[in-house]
Each structure stands twice: as C-alpha cells, then as structure tokens.
Design a protein around this ligand. Structure first.
Ligand code: GTP
Length: 360
C-alpha cells in the first residue's frame, strides 16, 4: 500500500479574491473542489491512505471530505498551529504515516493539475534507489521557476533559484510539485519550525550527498497558483485536456450541472462550467469560464476566460475577459472591465453610464 501527503495549507495569496473565504484546494474546478481531482487521481494510482496537511482555513476540509470513504480513501487531517511551510508541513504529519522506514511516501502540492504517471514515478524511485524522487516538467519560459538540472542518469545535480539572466537558464526542467520520499528521509526534516522543502530540504539533502532522482514527465501540467491558470485548469478539465476521474459529467465544450439554468439561446463554449443554482441569461456568451453556484449572468453579457464566484451577478450586456469576480460581488449592466480585472468579494460596481450619445 502506498500512502500520500497532500500539502493544502498555503494562503493562496496570488489567487485572491477566490481564496478569501475558501482555501485554494477547495476552490471549485470543473464543478468540484480542486482537491477532489487530486484525491481521485491518487486513488486511481493505488493510494489508499492520505494525510492532508492543513493550515489556512483548515476547518473547511473535513466537513466536505469526511473520512474519505466516498472516494475510496482513508483521509486524515493534521492542522498546523502556525504555518510550517512545505517542508515543515511534511514533517508535521510524519507521526500519522504507517509506512516502514524504507517505504515510499507520495507527496503532492495541493495546487498542481497534472497527468503525471504516478506509478511510473514510484517505479523510478524504486529502480534508482533514490532517497527522494521528483517529478520534473519542462517549461518554455523557466524564468518564474526554480530549475532542477539532472545528469545523464536523471540524478539531480543542483537546485537553482529563479534564473535572473539568460546564462543562468541551464535547463528547462522545473520542480513540478510531486515527490516520492523514502519514509526515513521525512523523519530527518527539522520538527516544530517553518521549513521550505524547495529552498532548504532539497538543497541540504543534495549537499549531504543524498540521492535525488528526477523524472521528466511532460504530460499535462499546470500550476493553478494564479487566477488565469485556475480558470484554464477548470476549462481543461471540462474539455478533457486534463485527465481526472472526478469531473462530474461527460467532457466537452461545456458542463452544465444539475440545478443550473441556461437560456436556450445562450452560448457556452471553451470548457465553461455552470454550477447548480447559477443562471445564464438570454443571448449571453460564456467561453472558457467557471460560473459558481448562484451566480447570475445577465442577458447578452459576454464572459470570456473568467471566474465568477458564488452568488456573483454580471449585469446585462457587460463584457468580462480574464476577470475574477469574488463571492457575492455585483458588476452592473453595460460595463466593460479591463482584461484581468479582479473584483473583491461583495463589491458592487454600478451600471456603466452612457459613454457616448448618438449626436456627438
Ligand atoms: P501563494 O500564497 O499564492 O504563493 O500560494 P500558497 O500559499 O499555496 O503557496 P505555494 O503555491 O508556494 O504552495 C505550494 C503548496 O504548498 C500548496 O499546495 C500550498 O497549499 C502548500 N503550502 C504552502 N505553505 C504551506 C504551509 O505553511 N503549510 C501547509 N500545510 N501547506 C503549505
């Protein structure tokens, strides 16, 4: 049996306002809390026991997932009194693991959407005899990532901070946020203080001569840390570009969940999801967007690549592109917000005033 730790305690500051009332892993993607997709994929890979390392808004996880039996899992929850960072969070749940010292333990960041072949990563780990094995992915522009170069056998040779100059871009391989740790290695992480696994644990292990193995897997991978990425991830799940057994319906251009109301002449496309209690008005066009429970899109509104939080209202004829509308916010009719606009929870934007009159 393989067990897993999921890191779900981050504040998700880049994803605000979606994370004001909801921790990032509980923000819905394709109609269910994002974490559901990760848990379902872990289960499909043979994982049975998962420990969730919680911190920010920790209280919302257990009421939703309970003991995990609905997903065929045994779930446990461990909450940090103070956030311990990624490495500290891993160490903090060690006492809940049942694995023997030599056994592999899977660890996932709670904000990664990926088609990673989890059994293949376990095979690489076992086959190489590594202390830690890391999923690496290749990115076109590595400037925003820590780089992880490897030698010809896949052994990690360095952990490099975000490159500042072109010369520093020595590889396009980056840490993809999924690891296999030998159980005994987890016990060596310092307890009771914040530790970053990326900045402290991995470089320290490397410096001490430990064997860290990289596995480059270039299947679907997206870090859902920003609103744009989150909206894209949800749409990719709906369209079936990102694999998940937890999408609550057949994959296609749109997913309309039971209890949603869509006007017959409204157009939904690009992986749009419409949640229970949401209403899409006549003539509205919604592309690549997530419309959460109770949200209302007015007549002839045009919503593109946007996230409409629970109970939000988008007025008639309003146009949104790449927008994030926080819970309960109200964008009045005839508005055209700048691309990428974020509207805070419960905010009210009045109807746009007439911008020109016909005789001008
Ligand atoms: P930003 O604030 O937007 O950077 O997001 P974040 O707080 O989620 O940080 P980041 O994306 O770097 O976190 C990577 C993963 O580690 C996410 O799944 C987080 O939930 C998790 N994580 C980050 N810090 C902590 C922590 O202190 N405790 C726990 N339990 N998890 C954490």
């Amino acid at each position: 049996m393989t067990e897993a730790i999921l890191l779900v305690g981050g504040k998700g500051t880049r994803l605000r306002p979606l994370t004001v009332n909801t921790p990032k892993p509980m923000v819905p993607a394709a109609g269910v809390p994002f974490l559901t997709h990760q848990l379902a994929r872990a289960r499909a890979a043979g994982v049975e026991h998962v420990v969730l390392a919680t911190s920010y808004l920790a209280e919302v996880f257990e009421p939703y997932f309970g003991d995990g039996s609905a997903l065929g899992l045994h779930l446990e929850y461990v909450t940090e009194e103070e956030p311990l960072g990624t490495g500290g969070a891993i160490r903090n749940v060690a006492s809940r693991l049942r694995s023997a010292p030599g056994d592999p333990v899977l660890i996932f960041n709670g904000d990664i959407l990926t088609g990673l072949d989890i059994p293949a990563l376990l095979d690489v780990h076992r086959g190489s005899g590594a202390d830690v094995s890391l999923h690496l992915t290749r990115v076109e522009d590595p400037r925003a990532f820590g780089l992880v170069p490897t030698d010809a056998t896949g052994r990690v040779t360095a952990f490099l901070e975000k490159p500042q100059t072109p010369e520093e871009i020595v590889t396009d391989q980056v840490n993809a946020g999924a690891y296999v740790f030998r159980r005994s290695v987890i016990d060596t992480i310092p307890a009771g203080r914040p530790v970053s696994v990326e900045r402290e644990t991995f470089p320290d292990l490397l410096a001490s001569g430990a064997h860290l193995q990289g596995m480059v897997d270039s299947t679907y991978w997206l870090d859902l840390g920003t609103p744009q990425a989150f909206v894209r991830g949800s749409a990719d799940l709906v369209m079936g570009h990102a694999p998940s057994p937890a999408v609550p319906g057949p994959c296609g251009e749109s997913l309309v969940l039971e209890g949603a109301t869509v006007a017959p002449d409204a157009k939904l496309s690009g992986g749009t999801v419409v949640s229970p209690g949401a209403v899409i008005g006549a003539g509205a066009r919604v592309h690549g967007s997530a419309v959460l429970p109770g949200a209302v899109v007015g007549e002839d509104a045009v919503v593109t690549d946007s996230y409409l939080g629970p109970r939000t209202r988008v007025g008639a004829r309003t146009a949104l592109t790449g927008a994030v509308i926080g819970d309960g916010a109200d964008v009045g009719p005839d508005n055209e917000l700048p691309a990428g606009a974020r509207v805070w929870c419960e905010a009210t934007l009045p109807a746009a005033t007439l911008r020109f009159s016909p005789d001008q």
